[in-house]
Design a protein around this ligand. Structure first.
Ligand code: NDP
Length: 291
């Protein structure tokens, strides 16, 4: 395990996230070379002690470890494909957001080229990097993860999921799926109370502690789902969970019922299939069977 900061690191991509990652490396004393497609973005980091590279190739050649923090899968290939030979024998840690399948393809491409590959999914916004609450998910080469864990830990809590390079992305996108549906639920609630003269800020003050408290129910749902028995006692039944009142109240407020309607459809499909007395967690069966 590399326990010191003697390794030469290069960061490709100095958008908001790449700059935050590179900044943490420079602050920790790593010899860091930085490159960005458009000029000017390296200036602040160079002032802090990073070395600016004029081309991606120059940056790759300067780094034992190459961090890619670009926009998407296509931009990663655009930058790295012409540098396959230079990357051979080096370590590539790609924290650009990609789908699981894209991550697996990048891992296969790297394996063919003799590049040690670790894929990362960042569960933080740039100002969180290096601070509490920042978490980065990894999959791909276990050797790379363990060897460079002290470096990775500079950015946040590092969690490794396995050799399948797609796993970090899968977890990342699954967590984001939960987040976006929760955000939509909060915004729907804000839209419901708005016609009554309630500001979104006033509603947020009520919604945040409520939703935080409700996350305490995840584990119970998870145990039912993992056990596969939706009839166990003590659960809120699907029939009891009917969202008709919320749909009616939303329509009465003159707002869209799409967000709540989506959840109601998941419930309804299970009730219609004869499972109304079973637990709410059973909606996962609707999700597992696309219509
Ligand atoms: P930005 O839009 O701030 O930066 C994008 C970076 O990608 C820039 O350096 C840009 O260069 C570069 N880029 C885009 N297309 C190309 C290309 N074709 N060739 C070369 N370089 C290219 O995004 P972020 O820094 O915020 O995000 C970077 C990655 O991190 C993304 O995959 C994002 O999903 C992920 N991420 C970001 C989070 C965030 O909160 N910001 C949170 C979690 C993950 P140029 O300056 O020349 O345009």
């Amino acid at each position: 395990m590399t326990s010191d900061n003697s390794v030469q690191v290069s960061v490709l991509g100095l958008g908001a996230m790449g700059s935050a990652l590179a900044g943490a490396l420079v602050k920790a004393g790593y010899a860091t070379t930085v490159w960005n497609r458009s000029p000017g973005k390296a200036d602040g980091l160079v002032a802090q002690g990073a070395k600016g590279a004029d081309t991606a190739g120059e940056a790759v050649r300067a780094g034992r470890v190459v961090i890619a923090c670009l926009l998407d899968h296509a931009s990663v290939h655009e930058v790295l494909d012409p540098l396959t030979h230079e990357l051979a024998g080096r370590t590539l840690i790609n924290v650009t957001t990609t789908t699981p399948e894209q991550s697996r393809k990048l891992a296969a491409w790297a394996a063919d080229a003799g590049i040690a590959y670790l894929d990362g999914g960042i569960m933080a916004v740039p100002p969180m990097i290096g601070g509490p609450g920042s978490s980065i998910l990894y999959s791909g080469s276990a050797e790379v993860f363990h060897q460079y864990k002290p470096l990775l830990d500079l950015w946040g809590t590092s969690t490794y999921f396995g050799e399948d390079a797609g796993l970090a992305s899968l977890y990342d996108l699954a967590l984001l799926a939960g987040m976006y549906v929760m955000f939509a639920g909060f915004v729907h609630g804000a839209a419901m109370v708005a016609p009554a003269g309630v500001t979104a800020s006033e509603f947020a003050a009520m919604a945040a502690p409520w939703l935080t408290a409700m996350t305490g129910g995840f584990q119970g749902f998870a145990e039912v789902i993992d056990g596969g028995d939706y009839t166990v006692e003590g659960q809120q039944s699907l029939a009891f969970s009917d969202l008709g009142d919320i749909l009616t109240a939303s329509a009465d407020q003159g707002i869209s019922t799409e967000v709540i309607g989506m959840v109601q459809n998941l419930i309804r499909r299970q009730i219609d299939a004869g499972h109304g007395t079973e637990g709410f967690a059973r909606i996962i069966e609707s999700i597992k069977q696309p219509v």
